[in-house]
Ligand binder design. Structure first.
Ligand code: PMP
Length: 348
């Protein structure tokens, strides 16, 4: 058994996965009497490809990762849950995550009855590599890192991440949901060197396809085979496969460039407001902003029809709102609403 295999739950190692009717034959077929589908064409009367072969080829070309190293899920949230189900025995194993970070790591751990060890980020949200290593024990199977991190917005140095991945005794997930907005890029090309690495990306952010639900995981073909065995057979529906395939033909560079420019513009404008105490540097499509009274400002913005994320009760984010970068006109409205707030024209 290699060291990655030894991290897999014994029942998953021994799993005989469900095989769909169409797994048994490859080639041109005309008459489908194998899957108890309706023969009447509604547009969706056939099951979708459970292996998403065509879409994976497209993602492989786009991301420079071989198709057998790609998992496609119903959002990254599916991939998060699969990691727990593949690697962690409920009531026995544990996982580690940086804190503050994306909330679903801890929720998925709770759902799966896996202990979650939260390790606070260092000064200025830096990567606490030694503390993360110290938190691991013989039952630690997973480490969740997020870069750029939600909600702090900063990306970690790729070399720092790689050094930690090499030293960590379990699987390391690096969630790169926001990597398209960061100059620090992705660890994708380091995958062949790092067998314990799983990278998450999503089409919900820079690609503008949150409504279609498509998350991607990149890892060794061994780990991807496990994820494919454990997922529901038809986890990506036909419409999503077709609509994503079409949407991927539209380049995202212009939209990403505008968002990054708007991020700089909003970040430069915010410190002029008295209520703003600190704007954290961001490599993502949002800004974490510390203000003097987060609840009152949040309520004021809501009354103006602007919803932001109140993170002020999250440990490490006292007094902070997380503000997504919108269209230029929406960012104008945000700044106007802040001006009104400063002038005392506030909604309570
Ligand atoms: N990862 C991070 C870091 C996120 O912030 C989010 C959404 N806020 C997700 C994953 C969710 O991605 P998806 O829409 O693909 O489930």
């Amino acid at each position: 058994m290699n060291s990655i295999e030894s991290l897999v739950r014994p029942n998953i190692r021994a799993l005989c996965p469900y095989s769909t009717a169409r797994d048994e034959y490859e080639g041109k077929l005309g008459i489908f009497l194998d899957a108890n589908e309706s023969p009447y064409p509604t547009g969706w009367n056939r099951y979708p490809d459970p292996h998403q072969k065509a879409l994976k080829e497209q993602v492989a070309a786009l991301k420079g990762v071989p198709a057998e190293c790609i998992f496609l899920g119903n959002g990254s949230d599916e991939a998060i849950d699969l990691c727990f189900r593949i690697f962690c025995t409920p009531g026995e194993d544990n996982a580690i995550a940086i804190a503050p970070s994306y909330g679903m790591y801890a929720v998925a751990a709770d759902i799966n009855d896996i202990g979650m060890r939260q390790v606070p980020l260092g000064t200025d949200f830096s990567l606490p590599a030694e503390e993360l290593l110290a938190a691991a024990d013989a039952h630690t199977k997973l480490l969740f890192l997020c870069s750029p991190n939600n909600p702090s917005g900063n990306a970690f140095e790729p070399a720092e991440l790689e050094a930690l991945i090499r030293r960590f005794p379990g699987i390391v997930v690096v969630d790169e949901a926001y990597a398209d907005f960061s100059a620090k890029g992705s660890l994708r090309e380091r995958l062949p060197e790092l067998p314990n690495l799983i990278i998450f990306q999503t089409l919900s952010k820079a690609y503008g396809l949150a409504g279609l639900r498509l998350g991607m995981a990149f890892a060794s073909s061994y780990i991807i085979r496990l994820m494919s065995m454990v997922k529901y057979p038809y986890n990506i529906n036909q419409s999503t496969q077709e609509l994503v395939s079409r949407a991927l033909q539209t380049p995202i560079a212009d939209r990403v460039e505008e968002t990054v420019a708007q991020r700089a513009r909003v970040a430069a404008a915010l410190p002029a407001f008295r209520c703003v105490k600190r704007v954290y540097p961001s490599d993502a499509n949002f800004l974490l902003v510390q203000v003097d009274d987060a609840d009152t400002l949040y309520t004021h913005l809501l009354a103006d029809g602007i919803i932001v994320r109140n993170r002020s009760r999250v440990p490490g984010c006292a007094g902070c709102l997380r503000i997504t970068i919108g269209l230029p006109s929406e960012n104008d409205q945000l700044l106007q609403s802040l001006s009104a707030y400063e002038k005392g024209d506030i909604h309570r």
